[in-house]
Design a protein around this ligand. Structure first.
Ligand code: ATP
Length: 534
């Protein structure tokens, strides 16, 4: 873990980090020459590489290295009905309050939380509890909380009226649901399978804060993993594996798993991935949402949280969302979102009428208990008996920028060394996992004025550049050049010196331990390659 945390709510730690990020080209305020724009951030040369590496590592883990997940790259602007079906048009709102005296604006739930209180829900709206005050001027003269929809509205085409109004997407997930039928028809996958997408999302957050943590434009990496309803699993396999059966979550997923096991499986997979890119287990926490915090359709939701300098906060939410999303789009679009399952059809064909009736009785009562109407419950059973159902979904939804911030916080370190004169010397080093470090190797010619040495170093630089993003640095004392690379988290510095010309070896200096070793130029690519894989 980084050693820069302090007890001022992380402000000093975050200041040190944001100043390094600005100075070394990780993150800049958007439109800075015009004074910036609150809640928007740009990624400079180092940040762009870092984010790309995070995205690529996610894609490799979630899509490329699995046979049951495919990808999607959908538009940011979609048909406005999408947001009616998803519930965002009516319900994607946060409560907002203003201080009538100093005009400061807050998200009401956060304002309450910061004063140890809880916002009260009343008659479909909200009410501030007694004693909550403005944090800026201390006044209790606050407006009533009012609902503020977080979606950015825009117009498609030249006419600006309600018929042309639509929104910038507030999450990437909905496109996966709206394209479900096309993907199902073309990808030759059957349930259980998933669809992954990463891309921009937009939320007009009332109070963007904590550096890039809560921004108005950000990126998400989302998976919708479609599974059979438990009732279909039961009909096919005669049982449903639950957590009580102690399933092996680390092994290959099994067809007879119920939703609960799939949900836990994805929590474990996601934790594994975070560890693989360098976030330590002890800084990651799971928060299981309680019954009253869950959306009405959700069966379970876990947040993976990270210990940021400003507190333990959400990195990713993993929700078991039942068949809510596809059913909503079925209702609003009039298109059936059901899949036909050969295994289910075959299993049902082998059942006798008595067994079917018993199954139906049990299933209808269970569905009614979960809030379905009698007609819906009967239609669900009738569908199952014909081999049809609307898939359920497990959704691991992560924020790329939030993760980049967690990774930067985790990597930042100030190490006190002793210099050659015995004086303390602080080394700032970004201890990034080599797989996501923006620069994998810097090539440094020991001197500039020896043409053979210089040419050899250029040759090595070009060789490495074909594999990874590398950096060429020929100016300044070698120690200073090492320190510059430490600050951007480059795991290896390759120094080309006089010995190189004799024996074709280079000095490789490791960022974290500062240890140096001689490596043959011919094995340099495989040597670095082994270290920069997750
Ligand atoms: P919060 O409660 O913090 O507003 P949320 O629970 O609404 O967030 P989700 O809708 O579950 O968030 O979004 C999934 C992920 O997208 C979050 O875990 C987070 O990593 C990321 N995310 C959401 N909103 C933002 C934002 N404003 N800025 C940066 N990342 C965000």
């Amino acid at each position: 873990m980084s050693n820069y945390k302090d007890n001022d709510g992380g402000k000093r730690g975050l200041d040190a980090l944001s100043s390094l990020c600005k100075r070394r080209g990780f993150i800049f305020p958007s439109s800075e020459i015009y004074g910036g724009i609150n809640g928007f951030w740009d990624y400079g040369p180092m940040g762009a590489e870092l984010k790309r590496n995070i995205r690529d590592a996610w894609w490799r883990f979630m899509v490329q290295d699995r046979e049951d997940v495919v990808g999607l790259d959908a538009t940011i602007i979609m048909h406005p009905r999408v947001w009616q079906a998803s519930g965002h048009a009516s319900g994607f709102a946060d409560p907002m309050v203003d201080c009538k005296d100093c005009k400061k604006r807050y998200r009401a739930d956060q304002l309450c939380e910061e004063q140890g209180a809880k916002l009260v829900q009343k008659d479909g709206g909200w009410e501030l509890p007694e004693g909550v005050k403005c944090l800026q001027c201390g006044s209790a003269n606050l407006t009533e909380p009012r609902s503020f929809n977080l979606m950015f509205k825009t117009h498609v085409g030249p006419v600006e009226d309600e018929s042309s109004a639509t929104y910038l997407r507030p999450e990437t997930a909905q496109a996966i649901f709206t394209q479900f039928l096309n993907i199902y028809a073309t990808s030759r996958r059957s349930v259980p399978f998933g669809v992954a997408q990463s891309g921009k999302s937009f939320r007009n957050e009332i109070n963007p804060r904590n550096y890039t943590f809560r921004s108005r434009e950000f990126e998400q990496m989302e998976l919708e993993f479609f599974i059979r309803p438990d009732e279909a699993v039961e009909l096919i396999y005669g049982h449903v594996v639950t957590m009580a059966d102690n399933p092996d979550l680390d092994g290959e997923p099994q067809q007879d798993w119920g939703w609960e096991v799939w949900h836990r499986y994805w929590v474990e997979q996601r934790l594994k991935w975070y560890r693989s890119i360098g976030l330590p287990s002890e800084a990651l926490h799971l928060y299981w949402q309680k019954g009253d915090e869950l959306a009405h359709y959700a069966r379970a939701c876990v947040d993976i949280e990270y210990e940021f300098p400003f507190g333990v906060q959400e990195l990713e939410g993993i929700a078991a969302r039942s068949d809510f999303d596809l059913s909503q789009h079925q209702k609003f679009s009039g298109k059936s979102m059901e899949v036909f399952d050969d295994h289910l059809k075959a299993a049902v064909s082998a059942m006798d009428e008595g067994a079917k009736q018993m199954f139906e009785q049990r299933t209808v009562s269970a569905c009614i208990l979960r809030g379905k109407s009698l007609d819906e419950a009967k239609a669900f059973c009738a569908g199952l008996f014909e081999g049809r159902y609307v898939p359920h979904v497990i959704e691991p939804s992560a924020g790329t920028d939030r993760l980049a911030l967690a990774i930067l916080c985790n990597a930042y370190d100030e190490e006190t060394l002793t210099d050659s004169k015995g004086k303390p010397d602080v080394r700032t080093v970004m201890r990034l996992h080599p797989a996501i470090a923006p620069i994998k190797a810097a090539v440094l010619p020991l001197v500039k004025n020896r043409p053979e040495l210089y040419a050899k170093a250029r040759e090595i630089y070009k060789l490495l550049r074909k594999e990874w993003n590398c950096f060429w640095d020929e100016s300044g004392a070698i120690g200073r050049r090492y320190r510059r690379q430490d600050e951007v988290g480059t795991p290896f510095c390759v120094t080309v010196d006089f010995e190189t010309l004799d024996d074709d070896t280079v000095t490789v200096r490791r960022r974290d331990s500062m240890e140096q070793e001689r490596v043959q130029v011919s094995s340099l690519v495989s040597w670095i390659g082994a270290a920069v894989r997750t």
